[in-house]
Design a protein around this ligand. Structure first.
Ligand code: UDP
Length: 335
């Protein structure tokens, strides 16, 4: 049985990926420092899968601890989620973001190099494309200057991995996520935003639940059919499964080059207003919302061309937007 290290494995995307790994009969060890997750998620993973992964509370910024972990655990592959992810906060605290997101990546790769470990999956983001010149966005679209330190850590992260693959023969895949939403069908794991949600769907579900008074829609003067911005919202379980496909590609040595990157989205764009309407229709909830000004740094439209991911990874999305919104709502109701 292959043993896979999942860093940030108790977080939103990490926990769903751990479930899919366990379902696919991988042995899983989680590293998470609980800075943006809860230890109870470990029990929920066990309830869903009947298996309890090994867990280590390690801050990956502490090189000695990372080194010690690898000296005691043999690892066949790493899926690296652990990172800070709040765009606005990254503008206020850039050094925290560079230290955490870049430092931990470097320490992991150093261990892989020194111990001749292989198979690395990196959480990247469609933010690397900025406002793409052409839609849908293919993997060949140029990388645009980052809008935030957070976005920059994803760009720099990919560069670091690419250079390491070239110099040290490591095999890696970066998955460029579009907008992950939803929760597990069991409603046992889902997104747990700290404080006021920054992302659309948790804000929507918290507003419907009465925790927030009103959703603010950031701008209705974009150059889109209804004036609100367009994104590609992907069910987190579909996204989790893309990681299993990418990992299997590396383990089976089916990769074409030793650093590859794929878009992970649905291929379909939805505007903010379309999301609001779809949420109201699927959940039978009324959503209190108002239109406000644009949010700084937001692009007009981003949605994926998933042709390459579909063909190369042998993966495609299985769930609908409505299923994703309903699962997000069921998860919210349980909180
Ligand atoms: N958005 C919004 N109100 C909110 C949060 C988000 O109108 O309270 C919009 C945001 O401007 C963007 C879309 O919803 O057009 C998705 O935003 P999110 O922060 O979820 O993801 P992003 O695409 O920025 O990574």
């Amino acid at each position: 049985m292959k043993k896979i290290l999942v860093t940030g494995g108790l977080g939103f995307i990490g926990s769903h990926t751990v479930v899919e790994l366990l379902n696919a009969n991988f042995d899983v060890v989680i590293i998470d420092d609980l800075s943006n997750s809860k230890i109870e998620v470990l029990d929920s993973i066990q309830e869903i899968t009947g298996k309890k992964p090994d867990f280590f509370n390690i801050d990956l910024r502490v090189k000695e601890k990372v080194n010690h972990f690898f000296s005691e655990n043999h690892i066949d592959g790493i899926i690296h989620f652990a990172a800070f992810k709040a765009v606005g906060e990254s503008v206020q605290k850039p050094l925290d973001y560079y230290e955490n997101n870049i430092g931990s990546l470097v320490y992991l790769l150093q261990e892989m190099r020194d111990r001749k470990l292989d198979n690395f999956i990196f959480s990247s983001s469609c933010t690397v494309y900025g406002q793409a010149d052409e839609l849908p966005i293919t993997e060949n679209a140029p990388i645009k200057p980052a809008e935030s330190p957070y976005g920059n850590t994803k760009q720099i992260g990919e560069e670091i991995i690419k250079d390491t693959c070239k110099a040290n023969g490591l095999n890696a895949i970066a998955l460029r996520y579009f907008n992950p939403i939803g929760a597990h069908d069991t409603a046992k794991i889902g997104e747990l935003p700290l404080g006021v949600p920054q992302n659309l769907i948790p804000y929507v579900t918290q507003t419907a639940a009465g925790i927030r008074e009103q959703l603010s829609i950031f701008g209705d003067d974009y150059d889109t059919p209804d004036g609100t911005a367009i994104r590609d919202y992907i069910h987190v379980v579909d996204l989790a499964k893309a990681h299993i496909a990418a990992l299997q590609r590396l383990i089976e040595k089916k990769n074409d080059t030793n650093f590859e990157f794929f878009n992970v989205g649905t291929g379909k764009g939805s505007s903010v207003l379309e999301i609001v309407k779809a949420f109201e229709n699927t959940t039978q909830q009324n959503l209190n919302y108002k239109i406000v000004g644009r949010r700084e740094g937001d692009v007009t439209a981003a949605y994926a061309d998933t042709t390459i991911a579909n063909e190369q990874l042998g993966w495609k999305t299985e769930k609908t937007l409505e299923e994703a919104l309903l699962s997000a709502w069921k998860w919210q109701e349980k909180q």
